[in-house]
Design a protein. Structure first.
Length: 127
């Protein structure tokens, strides 16, 4: 008796079966975001924590709600523009330097990804 494959089947390649090996993989972006968030939270904690809220309350009292809203809107537009420019320039500089970005979390994620069982695939394999 000969083994016969059914008419409808899917031939799996090795890459498609790798997830069956077990373990956990974390995307480099998520790892970088977590590390950067922890660093930023630590800096904010040591810089006074809730001081920003007290500053906003005092500013609203000093200039009035409408004036403060107008200034805040202008500041946010400027902030978003600066952040966009920083992101773009960071990507350009990262591409030129070959690092893909200039953040502590990003560098750590790439370092951990380069040493796991599937190096430099964009995921850190925890096994």
């Amino acid at each position: 008796m000969e083994l016969v494959l059914p008419n409808n089947y899917v031939a799996l390649e090795q890459d498609e079966m790798m997830y069956l090996d077990g373990g956990l993989s974390v995307p480099n972006g998520a790892l970088a975001f977590g590390v950067n968030s922890a660093i930023n939270a630590t800096i904010a904690y040591f810089m006074g924590g809730g001081g920003g809220i007290a500053l906003f309350k005092a500013a609203i009292k000093a200039v009035g709600r409408q004036t403060f809203t107008r200034y805040l809107r202008g500041a946010l537009v400027n902030f978003i523009g600066v952040q966009a420019a920083n992101r773009i320039s960071g990507k350009v500089v990262g591409f030129v330097l070959g690092t893909g970005g200039l953040s502590v979390g990003g560098m750590l994620a790439r370092h951990l990804d380069s040493g796991d069982k599937h190096p430099n695939n964009g995921w850190w394999d925890i096994t």
